[in-house]
Design a protein around this ligand. Structure first.
Ligand code: ATP
Length: 275
């Protein structure tokens, strides 16, 4: 559901099992999330609380899904906002919006009777670009500063814990202040899926669709190098549309191949063999 200011509070539950491939990313993320789950034990040992995790990688590879699965795994409330939502013409509005989303995260967890909230900021590079660089300007700097202030303050009060997950396609453009210890000091790479990953993703997105006996998803996985999870989801969907148009009840290999072709043409995919 969408509330004001483009903040999305998700109530649908996504599990790590709903995410195909990305085994290394899932494992790294789960390990980091254990810091949140066992935060009392961590605190007793004097371990610095985990405040931020950066998910970096190309579009459509499942970063948003991973953030949602993280909320499910840690039994946290989930709030999402895009970096673009902080961009305003008037000075101070972006910074105020940052303050308000942290407040909202706490309120939301309280309402849902959870002890933690995950705040997902997509396209963090929009507000966290290197300060003083040509894509950054004064207004974004204030917004970024406010984000750093909020993150520095996390964990100092009792009660609801907030973990910020941020996603970017351009990790190299981020201001180094964001990556310092106590901020986004953990980074998880989310790459395009390899063949095995593509097969897993295709399997997930066809599991509720009627598939003909001739369908060999392994072959489709082989033929789709360079495709992201989002592209593969489109392939499954488009194949079903082709089946509908042909007035048949099952998706065949031909429909899948037509769908691959369509997605490829639509995206002008830069298909470099990755595996
Ligand atoms: P962006 O950088 O564009 O925000 P993203 O990395 O956050 O992209 P998602 O929004 O998580 O990508 O993925 C978009 C859609 O693509 C998902 O809703 C899902 O249908 C599909 N998808 C992407 N990756 C996977 C995956 N690993 N397993 C299953 N489905 C996937």
């Amino acid at each position: 559901k969408t509330t004001g200011k483009g903040i999305q509070i998700s109530t649908t539950s996504i599990d790590f099992e709903d995410i195909g491939g990305q085994n290394a990313a899932k494992k790294e993320l789960q390990e980091a999330l254990d810091f949140l789950i066992y935060s009392d034990r961590m605190k007793a040992l004097g371990i610095r609380p985990l405040k931020g995790i950066l998910l970096s990688g190309p579009p459509g590879t499942g970063k948003t899904l991973l953030a949602k699965a993280a909320a499910h795994y840690t039994n946290s409330s989930f709030l999402a906002i895009s970096g673009s939502e902080f961009v305003e013409m008037y000075a101070g509005v972006g910074a105020e919006r940052v303050r308000s989303i942290f407040r909202r995260a706490k309120e939301c967890a309280r309402k849902e009777k959870k002890s933690s909230a995950i705040l997902f900021i997509d396209e963090i590079d929009i507000l966290g670009a290197k300060r003083g660089s040509n894509i950054s300007h004064h207004e974004y700097d204030q917004t970024l500063n406010q984000l750093l202030v909020e993150m520095d303050g996390l964990g100092t009060e009792e009660g609801i814990r907030i973990l910020v997950l941020a996603a970017t396609n351009r990790a190299e453009a981020l201001d180094s202040a964001l990556l310092r210890p106590g901020r986004f000091d953990r980074s998880v790479k989310v790459d395009l899926p390899d063949k095995e990953g593509r097969l897993a993703i295709l399997t997930i997105h066809t599991r509720n669709k009627p598939m003909a006996k001739d369908v060999n998803l392994e072959k489709i996985a082989q033929e789709t190098f360079g495709f992201s999870g989002a592209h593969l989801e489109s392939v499954a969907n488009e194949a079903a549309v082709f089946a509908l148009r042909n007035n048949v009840e099952e998706i065949t290999m031909l429909h899948l191949r037509e769908a691959v072709e369509k997605v490829m043409l639509g995206e002008k995919l830069d298909r470099k063999p990755t595996d």
